[in-house]
Design a protein around this ligand. Structure first.
Ligand SMILES: NC(=O)c1ccc[n+]([C@@H]2O[C@H](COP(=O)([O-])OP(=O)(O)OC[C@H]3O[C@@H](n4cnc5c(N)ncnc54)[C@H](O)[C@@H]3O)[C@@H](O)[C@H]2O)c1
Length: 331
């Protein structure tokens, strides 16, 4: 049996998805969809499969079993609604949606969906963040007192997302998702501060600091900034410090264990998310897609539930409300 897969949105991430599917056993990449004419021609040639312009037409094809939806954040809702109407297995890139209203609508149609539905929270497949979860579950760290995390990246990122996304739902949501997962209880309050300087003309935040308080009293302090210089040596400078009643856990990924200093670059390249090994895309993105395919084959649910996808968006919504109202807000 082979699973016939299509990818919708062939930008940076969609291209990685398609490359990974094309190398996976028991999977056949049968179609891609890209709105931009020039890009569509390129990917049709690169992947040698039918390239649709309209995702509704692609989703109507009964030969496609499963899709990755890798569209800009602000247009996730309609694509998922159509994919559900055609009964496809769905891997939706994070976030669930750009707004809480759209997220709630998607939660309603996916919570009891009888096909696989998952949201691409990559760090669930990152061994480092996973090891911290295991240590928490085994009681080795005790109860969480507080944690601090940061996720900083160069300004090349937001320049691609003008009008379609912002820092909280695009970047910080990765940390929100694993923190909710670690805490195992509801977030109740959020206080956030942001500054918009380099991205002001686009109405986007340069930096956000957010303090989230959980039902169990634990506090999480999140920092995200996506205006580092374009020539920053690392594409994602992220850190976690988690303090528990019995121990502390640290994740520091700014230096991925490999460095180049040459005439052309000073770079600490990605060796975690979507790097190439022996000509193939490897890393936690590939793990995430393999988990999706495994869910389809074994008729199991994703480890990331629609409720969790919505919960992360609820925190994002509270961060945006706190920024707008300049005060602590309740969830
Ligand atoms: N998991 C991660 O770490 C991670 C990292 C980056 C991006 N993402 C997510 O992946 C998604 C895509 O991000 P990206 O960086 O690849 O963006 P991108 O801008 O590079 O790609 C989006 C592509 O979708 C195409 N598109 C837009 N509207 C379309 C439509 N109606 N029909 C068909 N194609 C359409 C665009 O032409 C573009 O090629 C976003 O939801 C983003 O949040 C996730």
């Amino acid at each position: 049996m082979s699973i016939r897969v299509g990818v919708i949105g062939m930008g940076q991430m969609g291209t990685y998805h398609a490359e990974i599917y094309q190398k996976l056993p028991l999977v056949e990449l049968v179609a891609v969809c890209e709105f931009n004419d020039e890009r569509r021609k390129e990917v049709e040639q690169q992947f040698g499969v039918k390239a649709y312009k309209d995702y509704k037409e692609m989703l109507a094809n009964p030969e496609i079993d499963a899709v990755s939806i890798v569209l800009p954040d602000n247009i996730h809702r309609e694509a998922v609604e159509v994919a559900v109407a055609y009964n496809k297995h769905i891997l939706l890139e994070k976030p669930l949606a750009k707004t809480l209203e759209d997220g709630q609508a998607l939660y309603e149609i996916t919570k009891d969906y009888d096909k696989v539905f998952t949201t691409g929270f990559l760090l669930r497949f990152d061994p480092r963040f996973n090891m911290v979860k295991q240590a928490l579950d085994e009681g080795e760290l005790g109860e969480i007192i507080h944690l601090y995390c940061r996720r900083n990246s160069p300004i090349t990122g937001p320049k691609r997302y003008i009008g379609s996304s912002d820092l909280s739902m695009h970047v910080m949501i990765h940390d929100i998702d694993y923190i909710n997962w670690y805490m195992g209880c509801e977030p109740v309050k959020v206080f956030a501060k942001g500054r918009s300087v380099l991205l002001k003309e686009h109405g986007m935040q340069d930096v956000i600091y957010a303090i989230v308080t959980y039902e169990n009293g634990a506090i999480a302090c999140l920092e995200a900034c996506w205006v580092l210089p374009e020539n920053s040596p690392t594409s994602i400078d992220d850190k976690l410090e988690l303090v528990g009643t019995k121990g502390v856990a640290y994740v520091d990924s700014s230096d991925n264990g490999v460095r180049f200093v040459t005439d052309k670059r000073i770079q600490y390249p990605d060796s975690r998310h979507w790097y190439y090994t022996n000509g193939q895309v490897a890393g936690d993105l590939a793990e995430e897609l393999m988990a999706f395919v495994n869910n389809i084959i074994h008729n199991t649910k994703s480890i990331i539930t629609p409720k969790e996808s919505l919960d992360s968006l609820r925190v994002v919504d509270a961060i945006e409300r706190s920024l707008a109202e300049d005060k602590e807000v309740e969830l």
